[in-house]
Design a binder for this molecule. Structure first.
Ligand code: AMP
Length: 228
């Protein structure tokens, strides 16, 4: 990814929030609307685990326990992904950075490429709602479209709205015990980034309890304003 000039500078949007805040859902909507690319370190790590790479093997136990994978592994995976040519219009960072070390490394990586953070959006949800959201979610095994036991069913039972796929999956770490650990990791290590980006003047806050479409409209306005 590289910048050409300041008027067409690719967007770099950071979505900050606990598990279940709606980061992935919103990132996918922004991808479709603006041609940005969702970079989810969780998805990249799950792919590395499935492929059985060395990084994946090291990450697996930590992910299963709901902890944070080392900055070294996460940064290597993120750098590789950022270097791919499809990121030219800009990226939505979903689940990254999660520590101050990652945030500082991101600042350095963007500075190297002449890029700047468009906005860091903190999506707030209360802890009880977040546990309910995470516990009920599942996705199409073919295209990744997200669904939820309580909030969003496929229009035709058992068939993905988006691709017609008939196999669905749940994440191994979306169980009550691991969710508690993920929430603890969020409060201890990731929530301090809200102040980090506040101090840099790029922080925006969105109520993650709002309706999906209302949040999408707010995020769309942020991207439009920043890239106009
Ligand atoms: P997510 O899909 O974002 O909920 O991430 C799932 C799991 O992957 C997390 O609970 C962590 O174990 C790991 N993970 C994802 N992104 C990061 C990151 N930026 N830093 C450390 N661990 C991460």
């Amino acid at each position: 990814m590289g910048a050409s000039d300041t008027t067409t500078r690719p967007a770099v949007l950071i979505l900050l929030g606990p598990p279940g805040a709606g980061k992935g859902t919103q990132a996918r909507m922004l991808e479709e609307r603006f041609g940005l690319v969702q970079l989810s370190t969780g998805d990249l790590l799950r792919a590395a685990v499935a492929e059985g790479t060395e990084a994946g093997q090291q990450a697996k136990a930590v992910m299963d326990a709901g902890g944070l994978v080392s900055d070294k592994i996460v940064l290597a995976i993120l750098r590789d992904r950022m270097a791919r040519p499809d990121t030219g219009q800009g990226v939505i960072l979903d689940g990254f950075p999660r520590t101050e070390g990652q945030a500082a490394a991101l600042d350095a990586l963007l500075a190297d490429q002449g890029l700047a953070i468009t906005a860091a959006v903190s999506m707030t949800v209360d802890d009880a709602a977040m546990v309910r959201r995470v516990a009920g979610r599942y996705s199409c095994a073919t295209c990744g479209e997200g669904y939820h036991d309580d909030f969003k069913h496929p229009r035709q039972g058992g068939i993905c709205d988006k691709c017609g796929g008939t196999r669905f999956q749940r994440r191994a770490d979306d169980n009550a015990q691991t969710v508690e650990a993920r929430l603890t990791a969020y409060h201890a290590q990731t929530a301090p980034l809200i102040a980090y980006y506040g101090a840099r003047g790029v922080l925006q806050t969105i109520d993650g309890m709002d309706a999906i479409d209302a949040i999408a409209a707010e995020l769309g306005a942020i991207v439009e304003k920043a890239t106009a």
